[in-house]
Design a protein around this ligand. Sequence first.
Ligand code: PLP
Length: 410
Amino acid sequence: MEFQTKLIHGNWKPDAQTGATNVPMYFSNAYAHTTAKELENIFAGRDMGYVYARISNPSVEAFENRIASLEGGIAAVAAASGMAAIYLALMNILKPGNHVVASAGLFGGTFNLLKNLKQQEINVTFLEEMNQESLKNAITDQTKIVFAETIGNPKLDVLDLEEIGKVCEEHRIIFMVDSTITTPYLVKPLEYGADIVIHSTSKYMNGTSNALGGVIIDGGSKKYENERYLDFKDFTKRYRRFAFTAKLRSGIGRDLGAILSPMSSFLHLTGLETLALRMREHCKNAITLAQYLESHPKIVSVQYPSLKSSKYYETAKKYYPDGASGILTCRLGSKEKAFALIDHVKLFANLANIGDTKSLILHPASTICIHNTLEEKEQMGVYEDLVRISVGIEDSKDIISDIEQALHKI
Ligand SMILES: *Cc1c(COP(=O)(O)O)cnc(C)c1O
């Protein structure tokens, strides 16, 4: 199946019992079995089956299977939010004494999560620019994960997946990629050497911001078999390429219980069907707005990777020839002017979110990054005069005329 067909039909057939064309919602915490032996066999791992919804639920499973098919993974595990997915994926591998290398241009929540791993004696090296050289220099014997975003939010630095994938392959280190901004419509990181892909499905996947969620896609890496990952020994022996997912499902995933609800799975599955259509519009509107802003005298600078003026233009062209998603940032020269733009727009909603069909605007320095130090903000590409825009799929004429009238008032 091609991508757009998979969005609608991937890994699921109409319900055999009823013919329902949408995945039925199973609002049941537990599942009854006729004999004690039957339940024993499921608990012992000899048979497949449902026992309790913290472990598995058919509605959630349908969502996981669809995402796995979209990313080209061997399995996927859904979580209650993007943050839950990131935490679960990291802690399925890490223990005290370990080390992570991460790009600095990360989503604020992830940046803080990684920083706080210090409390568990896990050290993180943040690279202001993640490239082959800086990565090689940062890797130690204890490095278990290289973590990056396809396009940093809100720094909008574009990761050269293939180059980083090569270094991770050479050193046999797990390469974990947050592809929330780009979605599998724009890029499939597993094809470029990533081992694990993570999404906050609260954003573009869901599309209309009506449910939180996260998902971890397992690329079926063989790296867990090498000495760096001794804790995986039993799992690689028994589950082979499914070692990561098996360890997650029988370990921290079950222990923490940060599961996606069946209702959220349903809302995500509904949103996913239009992902390709929406992403095309997001990209088209983003480049149109970016070009408009770049030509406006009141705008000091615009960052959108598909702009020729962007430092990341070449990398963006390689991975995102059809447009680098729907997020852009611009600088206005002062915090007052940035605030004035936000206060004068009418169509845009001033809120902390991205990836909605609606156009959104935010001043990151005083909101999502308010608790970060000045130095950290700079590492994250956040400045006092910077505004982040998540371009929606409204008519681009309305988007631009709204920005135009707001800029006029500054
Ligand atoms: C929003 C976001 C997250 C966190 O996801 P939640 O669903 O809000 O927990 C992680 N990474 C990126 C890139 C995000 O934009």
